[in-house]
Design a protein around this ligand. Structure first.
Ligand code: ATP
Ligand code: MG
Length: 431
């Protein structure tokens, strides 16, 4: 642990923070770097973005700065452009009442740092650093907690979780991210107030979950969600018991350790590990995937996760029921040429690792994939629709079916050139 110093910031970030603080200073207001950035400096990491806070009201900020956008005027958060950076500048405030568990009923702009610190979630997120003087203000003892390896709520933890259930997920994410232990009172309160998560919107849950899955130790974060008994509350419809859920963390762990250079172990793949089928029991996946759909991810994400899962399940079926040796060449090629095949195989192998079964079948398919040339995977069609029409085939849906059938025959090396394809077609026409 280190005492955070502004000099550890990138020169870009430091210049940006200083320019904001200087401008505020010209109006007699002191500006502070706050929250994640100060915490990251304390643990020796480079902050990915800079949040600042001051007593200046949104009106004043708008008058003094070129404001990119108002995130929430009522909540006193404004984004301003400083050099190459966007800085979120918030107004010191107090918050009261969270009847909808999402937004405070009342926000009062205050002038004191102490007040502002009390509405923040964890002590390590309530540290303030002056970018001009390098002075640290740490009213909740965040640095001391970090030194002791503890993640602790600011104030009464039970009340803080009841105010905003999202803090439960932030707790798991931050504990996993920094290898912190949850301080006992905070832990007790989290366990007793897990239901607070029920009131949190799908959108915010998804954002936190994605944040967890984007971490190198995604498995650790999900493991903490399980320890804290939060998964079924965060994800309506989640029906895997503790054991079934734990296997998922093992799959995530295997994925992270796979070292597969061809596969980008990204959030979509990790979502597929979490919301895909349980390969140790049943290949059903519709129910699990529908839980992800309820979180309203982007269409692109949902489609990609679904594709990965479908290819995984098709491959499993091929391996289980027909043994890949007896599956047709066309069947195998259609799988192996899927754009998400690399991800599906990485996930399939991760499952093998997690449940202790052999990856030999998957290895064979990967081998096979590397032996196929692009032309073998995607051969030029022997006949296209227009060729079939010219040969007297009636227009209609049959044409599409025949094209697929002919491709199967081609991939199975049963029909190898256009001449043979015409023969194949005239047989169809005579049937
Ligand atoms: P990250 O590095 O993931 O951005 P962060 O702690 O900076 O972590 P932000 O969402 O950027 O997270 O929030 C900035 C700061 O705002 C936090 O450090 C914390 O002080 C405060 N904060 C954010 N969310 C909450 C919340 N739900 N309740 C109370 N304070 C919060
Ligand atoms: Mg942040």
């Amino acid at each position: 642990m280190e005492i955070p110093h502004v000099n550890s910031l990138s020169s870009e970030a430091l210049a940006a923070a200083r320019s904001v603080a200087e401008k505020l200073g010209n109006h007699g207001v002191r500006g502070w770097i706050v929250g994640g950035a100060v915490r990251d400096l304390a643990v020796g990491r480079s902050p990915k973005d800079i949040d600042m806070a001051s007593a200046a009201t949104p009106d004043q900020i708008e008058a003094w700065f070129e404001v990119s956008h108002l995130v929430g005027r009522a909540f006193g958060t404004v984004v301003i452009r400083a050099g190459a950076l966007d800085i979120q500048l918030t107004t010191f405030r107090e918050e009261r009442g969270y009847s909808d568990q999402r937004r405070p009923d009342e926000v009062e702009f205050g002038t004191s740092l102490e007040e502002d610190a009390r509405r923040r979630d964890f002590t390590c997120n309530a540290m303030y650093l002056d970018p001009l003087t390098d002075e640290l203000f740490d009213p909740e003892g965040g640095l001391q907690d970090l030194e002791a390896g503890l993640l602790r709520c600011v104030g009464d933890p039970a009340e803080r979780f009841r105010e905003d259930g999202l803090r439960l997920l932030r707790l798991a994410r931050l504990a996993a991210r920094f290898g912190l232990e949850v301080e006992p009172r905070t832990l007790e309160a989290a366990l007793q107030n897990a239901r607070a998560l029920e009131g949190v919107s799908a959108e915010r849950v998804l954002a936190e979950l994605v944040g967890m899955l984007a971490m190198p130790d995604a498995a650790g974060a999900v493991g903490l969600l399980i320890d804290l008994e939060l998964l079924p509350l965060a994800l309506p419809g989640w029906s895997l018991g503790t054991e079934g859920s734990r296997v998922r963390t093992q799959v995530l762990g295997e994925l992270a350790g796979s070292g597969d250079v061809d596969v980008d172990v990204d959030v979509d793949l990790r979502l597929a590990a979490l919301f895909g089928p349980d390969l140790s029991s049943s290949p059903d996946f519709e129910d699990q995937l529908s839980i992800l759909a309820k979180l309203k991810p982007s269409k692109k994400t949902l489609q990609r996760v679904t594709s990965i899962v479908q290819v995984l399940v098709r491959t499993e079926a091929l391996l289980k029921f027909s043994k890949d040796q007896s599956a047709s060449r066309a069947e195998r090629i259609r799988l192996l040429r899927e754009p998400v095949w690399p991800e599906a195989q990485a996930l399939g192998r991760a499952w093998c690792g997690a449940i202790g079964s052999s990856t030999a079948n998957w290895d064979r398919l990967v081998e096979a994939r590397s032996r196929f040339s692009p032309e073998e995977l995607w051969p030029e069609p022997l006949l296209r629709a227009k060729d079939m029409l010219a040969a007297g085939a009636p227009a209609g849906p049959r044409i599409g079916e025949w094209i697929a059938e002919l491709e199967d025959a081609q991939l199975n090396l049963e029909v190898v050139d256009p001449e043979a394809a015409h023969e194949w077609l005239s047989q169809k026409l005579n049937d």
